[in-house]
Unconditional design. Structure first.
Length: 228
């Protein structure tokens, strides 16, 4: 896929969180259903999940926990937003990368582009405040989604506004405004946004994984966090 080749050219330069925190302070985290420590947490409590993540980081004096692309998670069971009539079609496979850190941390545009849309997706377990950017690189159009932001960040934006790679577009929201999660950024790359505006599925079912995995490439192609 041509976009994949183009994105790999950016793998050493893209940051989506404040550069005040160095990549050496990032640590990979497993929030999958295979992690029994996570499975023992009360899914209905964002505070308990936040405590788990913070304790995990503090063990090694790290500041940002990251991961989750195509990770199958049980934590979505706490919200009917992800339910289906059939258990096989419940949405529980994560399509972006999450970066868990402090509320108020600056969120940066991954690439030059423009504001496509923004919205407060305020269901429990949803994105909360969300911004989608549109990009054209080497003749290819694609999108990046930034979820779990602060509500105040949506006020200053207008559709069509230009943004530069590395510019601040938002900050991370508190649990009370971000869908009831510990503060974090959901970052997702989307090839075809379809008719969505200010929203796009960030979690899919096993039945739809082939489509979404193709339409939403691994963000680590550009974040290059594998070594941290």
């Amino acid at each position: 896929m041509k976009l994949i080749r183009v994105l790999k050219d950016y793998s050493s330069s893209v940051r989506v969180l404040s550069t005040d925190v160095g990549l050496d302070l990032y640590k990979k985290i497993d929030l999958s259903e295979q992690n029994l420590n996570v499975e023992s947490i009360d899914y209905n409590s964002s505070k308990k999940l936040s405590t788990y993540i913070n304790d995990y980081l503090n063990i090694d004096n790290k500041k940002v926990a990251y991961g989750g692309y195509l990770e199958k998670r049980s934590i979505y069971k706490r919200s009917s937003h992800f339910d289906s009539i059939s258990d096989n079609n419940n949405r529980n496979i994560h399509l972006g990368i999450d970066l868990w850190t402090n509320a108020g941390t600056s969120v940066l545009a991954a690439f030059d582009g423009s504001i496509h849309s923004f919205k407060n997706n305020n269901n429990i377990g949803d994105y909360g405040p969300t911004i989608i950017l549109k990009h054209f690189i080497q003749g290819i159009q694609f999108y990046t989604l930034y979820g779990h932001l602060s509500v105040n960040d949506l006020i200053s934006h207008k559709i069509g506004d230009k943004v530069l790679a590395g510019s601040v577009i938002a900050s991370l929201g508190l649990s009370e405004e971000n869908g009831d999660y510990p503060p974090h950024l959901h970052f997702q790359i989307i090839i075809d946004l379809g008719d969505f505006s200010g929203d796009y599925p960030g979690v899919c079912s096993i039945n739809d994984i082939k489509h979404y995995a193709q339409n939403c490439p691994d963000p680590n192609l550009v974040l290059n966090l594998s070594n941290f």
